[in-house]
Design a binder for this molecule. Structure first.
Ligand SMILES: NC(=O)c1ccc[n+]([C@@H]2O[C@H](COP(=O)([O-])OP(=O)(O)OC[C@H]3O[C@@H](n4cnc5c(N)ncnc54)[C@H](OP(=O)(O)O)[C@@H]3O)[C@@H](O)[C@H]2O)c1
Length: 231
């Protein structure tokens, strides 16, 4: 049985992934979040705010780590304070660094470990009001490639998902009424915004042995937004 650590399995994409892994039957999951998750025989849950520290986990070996916490703090550049930038960097980038550092020993002891991080479509495609989150997520993409190279010899794979707008609590404000939801759907070549499972299915694949030869990649999971122009 593979042992996977999810940071942020209580909501959104992490929650969808948690359900997928537990219903598969071949995974034991350790979830870390501030909120609760329903009990399950193959689930260990730690209530923890990873901005305050990382819990001590009693595991020898870890086959996968998925770091989900992220932010959407969209403001004109002149209204973003330095501490806005620092907060985004702390949660999106340094939080991931902290989680990986806490688990690098157990990840090394796995025969075939996989780490999945999250960026955003706005890290590589310029979008107004995204300067803070774009910088923090670009740092996550750099971390992904750098650690993929550094730990290739240990057979630890590092990959990153770069979503566009996805219907989770994080994107609540962007999808708060029918007008916003329709406008958001229309911006995407596939004519819809994302659902948590669109991302969770890719994370599940990257954790599995089916993705054994994939590392150092950033995958746009975005309904075609980052690469297609229909008119
Ligand atoms: N949704 C989108 O439109 C979108 C777009 C682009 C990129 N992304 C990226 O995709 C990733 C997943 O997003 P999502 O929409 O699923 O986010 P979400 O709905 O906010 O869920 C994030 C999860 O992380 C946990 N979390 C947040 N802060 C935490 C902390 N300090 N300590 C411990 N756990 C914490 C939350 O649980 P608790 O609140 O219980 O702690 C929750 O389970 C993020 O990195 C996000 O930046 C999302």
């Amino acid at each position: 049985m593979k042992q996977i650590v999810i940071v942020g399995g209580s909501h959104g994409v992490g929650k969808a992934l948690l359900h997928r892994l537990l219903s598969d039957g071949n995974y034991g999951v350790i979830n870390i979040s501030r909120g609760e998750v329903p009990a399950h025989e193959r689930l260990e849950h730690h209530v923890c705010d990873v901005m305050q520290g990382f819990p001590q986990l009693n595991i020898q070996s870890c086959d996968g780590l998925v770091y989900c916490p992220g932010s959407i703090n969209l403001k004109p550049f002149h209204r973003l304070s330095l501490s806005d930038f620092q907060d985004d960097l702390n949660l999106n980038y340094l939080g991931a660094v902290r989680a990986i550092q806490a688990l690098i020993g157990p990840l090394k002891r796995s025969k075939n470990a996989s780490v999945v991080l999250f960026s955003t479509v706005a890290a590589t495609q310029g979008m107004p009001f995204h300067s803070s989150i774009a910088g923090a997520k670009a740092a996550v993409e750099g971390l992904t490639r750098s650690l993929a190279a550094e730990y290739a010899a240990n057979n630890i794979r590092f990959n990153c998902l770069a979503p566009s707008v996805t219907d989770t609590p994080l994107a609540e404000k962007l999808l708060s009424d029918d007008k916003r939801r329709e406008a958001s759907a229309r911006r995407h070549p596939l004519n819809r915004f994302g659902q948590p499972d669109d991302l969770a299915s890719m994370a599940e694949f990257l954790l599995s042995d089916k993705a054994n030869w994939i590392t150092g990649q950033v995958f746009g999971i975005d309904g075609g937004l980052s690469t297609l122009k229909l008119i």
